[in-house]
Ligand binder design. Structure first.
Ligand SMILES: Nc1ncnc2c1ncn2[C@@H]1O[C@H](COP(=O)(O)OP(=O)(O)O)[C@@H](O)[C@H]1O
Ligand SMILES: N[C@@H](CC(=O)OP(=O)(O)O)C(=O)O
Length: 460
């Protein structure tokens, strides 16, 4: 078995769905399971519709309805598929009416709301596949064994999913059926719809691949794989041939939108290979994601940045000694469920970074018992994923780049991860830093050769 995930861009309209079917046909002998995201920007449109219902009290599903009905017509599908999706569209409309009346959108309702995107896309796509004589069967994730906890908007799949998913899907693929499963969503034990976090269909795919011990999980995107940097920022970004699970996870966690940050977790457990492929360019090899690399790489594999980061400097006001101080600081963070990304400490102070979305008021109040706090907003984490054994060289060249741009590095984290060096700069400087780092590590001659292939530097 293989698992093939097509993201929103790969099923965005009739033409893209036809293209996906052509790709899938070539893989039918390898018994694929398909995982789909919502068509195009449907998840964003659903959230926008909810926002309008909430704030203005207006209800409209026109954009979403038109996209799906137009796609059904362009694909030349039988009218009965309109009947199949009609109850879903009605349910969605009713939900928005409910939101507009009670003017409340809880995380639970939000998950129920965005689930319609994936539920619509699998039905339309499976209907098309059937029309071109592929034995497809649409599945809502919960009917394919996806059970999660009740952490709405960022749910975790439970142990039970590991058993149920193969029990349901393996007999089907063995019988020559192509299951077309909704990515991104699940149900908790109480039967409430949950989501795995934005971009979570990648995780749905890797979960099926790992649980079913599939040959590989293919994640089909609109780029030639994991690139050396975000192509929207760096035109010269180029695909990376292979990365480790750890490298892919760090890239995703620190901002590369190409993969969901938790997508690697199931495959790490089973060693299932993942491949990022381009649905616009299926012949391109894509990027392999595996446990360890067989070939030597350059010092840097890829670059990413995450903006909207807040830097918090916490200085002890008591002579506690570091152990008591750090314990106090982190128990307050745990109490307020605030997760920390980077940390640097000294005997009496700790600096750390967090996402700007947290309300830091209550935390600040609690921490003021033991420390004075300074909050610095509008920072960015620049992350270099590569071979940390060559950290001196990476740091020397990176800081040279920053100095050349007149950028002050405000905090550095190196050593906690074997594959990541991160540092903090001002938000407004991050794009320039990434472009200049890319030039240094990937565009200049010999910039990213393995250590032994680099020209020897003369000793002082
Ligand atoms: N390092 C990177 N490599 C590849 N793509 C990246 C990288 N960083 C950001 N991206 C962006 O991620 C996008 C693909 O992810 P996403 O939109 O979630 O795909 P899909 O919706 O098809 O699953 C690309 O179009 C690209 O703009
Ligand atoms: N549709 C969901 C889940 C997802 O994974 O989408 P995509 O594969 O298009 O990033 C989202 O937009 O978050």
């Amino acid at each position: 078995m293989i698992v093939m995930k097509f993201g929103g861009s790969s099923v965005a309209n009739a033409e893209r769905i036809r293209n996906a079917a052509e790709i899938v046909k070539q893989f039918l002998p390898r018994k694929p399971v398909l995982v789909l995201s919502a068509m195009g920007d449907t998840t964003d449109h659903l959230l926008e519709a909810a926002e309008k219902a909430l704030t203005a009290g207006t209800v409209s599903i026109k954009t979403i309805e038109q996209l799906h009905t137009k796609t059904i017509d362009s694909l030349g599908l039988k009218p009965q598929i309109h009947q199949e999706i009609k109850p879903l569209l009605e349910e969605l409309n009713n939900l928005l009416v409910g939101i507009s009346l009670i003017r409340e959108l809880t995380p639970r309702t939000k998950d129920y709301l965005v689930s319609f995107g994936e539920r619509l896309s699998v039905r339309v796509t499976a209907a098309y596949f059937k029309s071109v004589h592929i034995k497809a069967q649409a599945f809502d994730a919960w009917d394919a064994g996806f059970i999660s906890d009740s952490n709405f908007t960022s749910a975790e799949l439970t142990k039970e999913s590991w058993e149920k998913i193969p029990q349901i899907l393996c007999p089907l693929t063995d019988a020559g059926v192509l299951p077309v499963v909704t990515g991104f969503i699940a149900k908790d034990e109480g039967g409430n719809i949950t989501t795995l976090g934005r971009g979570g269909s990648d995780l749905s795919a890797t979960m099926i691949a790992a649980a079913c011990r599939a040959e590989e999980a293919q994640v089909w995107k609109d780029v030639d794989g994991i690139l050396t940097a975000d192509p929207r920022l760096v035109k010269q970004a180029r695909p990376v041939e292979a990365v480790t699970y750890e490298e892919a996870a760090e890239l995703a966690y620190f901002g590369a939108q190409v993969l969901h940050p938790r997508a690697m977790q199931p495959c790490i457990r089973t060693g299932t290979p993942v491949r990022v492929k381009n649905s616009y360019n299926p012949a391109a090899p894509g990027t392999r994601i595996v446990a360890s690399l067989d070939k030597k790489t350059g010092p840097v594999q890829a670059l990413t940045s995450r903006k909207n980061v807040t830097l918090v400097d916490i200085v002890s006001t008591r002579m506690l000694g570091q152990y008591g101080f750090l314990e106090g600081v982190f128990s307050d963070f745990a109490k307020h469920r605030i997760s920390v990304d980077m940390v640097a400490t000294s005997e009496v102070s700790v600096s750390l970074t967090l996402d700007k979305s947290y309300d830091l008021g209550p935390l600040k109040k609690d921490l003021s018992r033991i420390a004075s706090i300074e909050i610095k907003k509008d920072k960015a984490v620049v992350t270099i994923v590569g071979d940390v054994r060559r950290s001196s060289e990476i740091l020397e060249r990176s800081f040279g780049v920053c100095a050349g741009l007149g950028v002050q590095v405000q905090m550095v984290s190196q050593g906690a991860s074997k594959v990541n060096i991160s540092f903090i700069v001002n938000d407004t400087q991050a794009d320039d830093v990434i472009r200049a780092l890319h030039k240094t590590f990937f565009e200049e001659q010999n910039s990213s050769l393995p250590a032994e292939a680099q020209p020897k530097r003369s000793q002082p």
